[in-house]
Design a protein around this ligand. Structure first.
Ligand SMILES: NC(=O)c1ccc[n+]([C@@H]2O[C@H](COP(=O)([O-])OP(=O)(O)OC[C@H]3O[C@@H](n4cnc5c(N)ncnc54)[C@H](OP(=O)(O)O)[C@@H]3O)[C@@H](O)[C@H]2O)c1
Length: 280
């Protein structure tokens, strides 16, 4: 298939991890805004279910691409797919991510590498890949999904918190570089959101989950989408999380670390299978 020249291609919003949780909720928000979508994730069935649900509700094109973003080749596969479909990336939503709960020294080494590859390397590659085109057009933007956990160190979720600190730092620095170019960049940093994420990372027994804290994926996505469209750089959904973020700015992190460790420490003994615990 020959691809058309850039100016004849149609705009599209790419959402990584758009098949479930916050990514799927963000896909609904962008669809409601009238934006055509490309959802990327590993599970084809979940992708198709999400695409069908969005298309049934909104008059937008929803493309899907099965891809594992831990594989460094997937980023360039997305570009090739877009060209074949005669689209270009108007907005990029770097949402796919996962966490690891428990002692860092007991995690599977490959699992930590995968976490850094997905939460940090893939997000960075995709941003670098699509930004030059956006800058040339003087339009478009990137919405990165970090976490409130990126605002301070998180004992017992150490690599996850550190990966999200990178995402917040990168986004804030790029927002400076992109000032006045017409290209926007935001970072969504929610506190706990009720998705399958916590069970997947083995954190179901941790106090912050057992306390029942958390907002819905729809609420997080709605605030993420509206904040992004308004040009807000750091978006923290929910009044409690916003108050928490203010406290994190004022209080020394060294003083908060024992409280964080107590909050994040698992309350029952680990099953110690491949570094994973309490999986669904
Ligand atoms: N839930 C929370 O409390 C919370 C709070 C703050 C920030 N966040 C952040 O929000 C983002 C989304 O979290 P969520 O709660 O919506 O998680 P989720 O429900 O587990 O959904 C994760 C999504 O990412 C996709 N994904 C996972 N690994 C992938 C890979 N290697 N390649 C491509 N796609 C992949 C999943 O699909 P497949 O499995 O089919 O690939 C799924 O669509 C993450 O970056 C997370 O760190 C979550």
């Amino acid at each position: 298939m020959t691809s058309r020249p850039q100016e004849q291609r149609r705009p599209l919003t790419i959402i990584t991890g758009g098949s479930e949780g916050i990514g799927k909720a963000l896909a609904f928000e962008f669809a409601q805004g009238g934006f055509d979508l490309l959802l990327v994730a590993r599970n084809q069935q979940n992708l198709q279910t999400a695409a069908r649900a969005i298309s049934a509700q909104y008059d937008v094109t929803v493309l899907t691409l099965v891809g594992d973003l831990i594989d460094p080749d997937t980023s360039s596969k997305i570009t090739t797919f877009l060209e074949q479909q005669n689209h270009y990336c108007q907005f990029l939503v770097n949402n796919a991510g996962f966490g690891l709960a428990g002692d860092f020294a007991r995690h599977d080494e490959a699992a930590i590498r995968d976490l850094v590859d997905l939460n940090v390397r893939a997000l960075t590659d995709l941003s670098r890949q699509f930004l030059p085109d956006m800058l040339e057009r003087g339009a478009g933007g990137i919405l990165n999904v970090a976490s409130m956990g990126g605002l301070l160190p998180g004992p017992y979720q150490a690599a996850y918190y550190a990966s999200k600190a990178y995402v917040i730092s990168l986004t804030k620095a790029l927002s400076w570089e992109l000032w006045g170019t017409g290209v926007r960049i935001s970072v969504l940093a929610p506190g706990p959101v009720k998705t399958k994420f916590h069970g997947r990372m083995g954190a179901r027994s941790d106090l912050y989950i057992q306390s029942g804290a958390g907002i819905s994926a729809t609420r997080a996505a709605r605030m993420g989408y509206s904040g992004f469209m308004c040009g807000k750089c750091l978006i923290i959904p929910g009044i409690l999380s916003q108050l928490g973020a203010i406290a994190l700015k004022i209080l020394p992190h060294d003083l908060l670390m024992p409280a964080m460790a107590w909050f994040l420490k698992a309350r029952i003994k680990p099953k110690a299978k491949n570094g994973e615990r309490f999986l669904d």
